[in-house]
Ligand binder design. Structure first.
Ligand SMILES: Cc1cc2nc3c(=O)[nH]c(=O)nc-3n(C[C@H](O)[C@H](O)[C@H](O)COP(=O)(O)OP(=O)(O)OC[C@H]3O[C@@H](n4cnc5c(N)ncnc54)[C@H](O)[C@@H]3O)c2cc1C
Length: 354
């Protein structure tokens, strides 16, 4: 509605001045908002959970979050990760408030890498080198050392929230039951971005059946020895992710499909500590003191077949879908934001260059 309560005649509002509406304020919605604001678009984010919140259904509060090259993905998706690395590196170098920092990594592989494996990441990370026999444990076939980036979500989400507000973005805390509800709230807008994570399973006009919740539970161990990441790549999915700004390391991991329990499962926690101890005994003691431990529980917004990133016309609106990032939302975030900004600009071009 216009200022006087009259319906807005959308055709009189120039395209670039119609607010872009983003449903969801996790890492995907916020990274997209930041990029669009930097490109000059007005942006409104509508979400039940906002930066700084701690619901288990707000995955972005709980991620590790390490930049690790994903295996088995297309060249286009690899490039999303490379773009993300570029943005995160700049934040690590220039802005400690971002919670992003550079850490030394040791990655051990059970089997030699195939062409389709995480090996492609060597062109993106710094100081990559093959470890020599004797530098990795004897039960592995090879290992790599390199510098990568870790993002402390307890700092990064509030930082992004602050940046978005400083750039003129607006947050509205609200749960909606459908995208239709959102269209009705913003009749003057043409572009809507659905970055609702696991919400896309239940929104009445989305109900994406490929979406499923995938529970994660990590142990946070308080320690000053938090500069090196360890990653076991193969049959066992074990990592020790340093969080220097929070003075500790995150031990994991586990993936439990369709489990929504907010309770700490101590069997999982004990198993993660044991696996992390085998991987990095110099950081993780076999029996760490109880008062040095916290537990992290979050629901990954996973999707069978991988994330959805596409543009579709719905009546006279354009809806961009960006959800289903599972365990990789941080690693893909700024690349996906860049792709969404380009999709918005394509729509702008089609609207203004007739
Ligand atoms: C334990 C754990 C460890 C992880 N480690 C890593 C890692 O090392 N690296 C990595 O890249 N990723 C990691 N991840 C994954 C990462 O956290 C997610 O991929 C990412 O946070 C997903 O972001 P998102 O913005 O899509 O979703 P979310 O952060 O879940 O945000 C969804 C947003 O949509 C809103 N929303 C949903 N439905 C509605 C509705 N109906 N109405 C209003 N608002 C709605 C929510 O309120 C929220 O604001 C990890 C996850 C977990 C749980």
């Amino acid at each position: 509605m216009g200022d006087l309560g009259h319906p807005v005649d959308i055709s009189t509002v120039p395209f670039a001045q119609r607010p872009i509406i983003i449903l969801g304020a996790g890492i995907i919605g916020c990274a997209a908002a930041r990029q669009l604001l930097l490109n000059g678009f007005p942006v409104v984010l509508v979400a039940e959970y906002l930066p700084g919140d701690q619901s288990i259904f707000y995955a972005s509060a709980w991620a590790g979050a390490a930049w690790h090259a994903a295996g088995g993905i297309s060249p286009e998706y690899r490039y999303f990760q490379a773009i993300t690395h570029r943005h995160l590196l700049k934040m690590a170098q220039e802005d400690p408030e971002s919670g992003v920092c550079i850490v030394d990594t040791r990655e051990y592989l059970e089997d030699p890498p195939t062409e389709n494996s995480a090996i492609w990441g060597k062109t993106v990370v710094s100081k990559f080198r093959d470890l020599q026999p004797g530098e990795y444990p004897p039960n592995f076939s090879c290992g790599w050392a390199y510098d990568t980036l870790v993002t402390d979500p307890t700092r990064h989400m509030p930082y992004l929230g602050k940046q978005i507000k400083a750039l003129g973005g607006q947050f509205i805390r609200k749960r909606v039951e459908s995208l239709q509800e959102l269209y009705a709230m913003f009749p003057e807008s043409s572009i809507f971005i659905n970055a609702s994570g696991i919400g896309s399973k239940t929104l009445s006009d989305v109900q994406d059946e490929k979406c499923f919740p995938e529970r994660g539970q990590n142990v946070f161990l308080r320690t000053d020895n938090c500069q090196t990441m360890y990653f076991r790549n193969g049959k066992e999915y074990t990592y020790v992710i340093p969080r220097p700004f929070s003075k500790g390391v995150v031990l994991g991991g586990v993936k439990q499909s369709d489990n929504l329990s907010p309770e700490v499962d101590m069997d999982i926690a004990r198993d993660e500590i044991a696996r992390a101890h085998r991987l990095a005994p110099e950081i993780v003691p076999e029996y760490p003191p109880e008062d040095a431990l916290d537990h992290i529980i979050g629901i990954r917004p996973s999707r069978k077949g991988g994330f959805r990133l596409e543009s579709e016309k719905v009546g006279n609106r354009i809806v961009l879908s960006a959800y289903g990032f599972g365990g990789g939302g941080y690693a893909f975030s700024y690349g996906v934001a860049d792709a969404l900004a380009k999709m918005v600009e394509t729509a702008e071009r089609e609207n203004v260059i007739l």
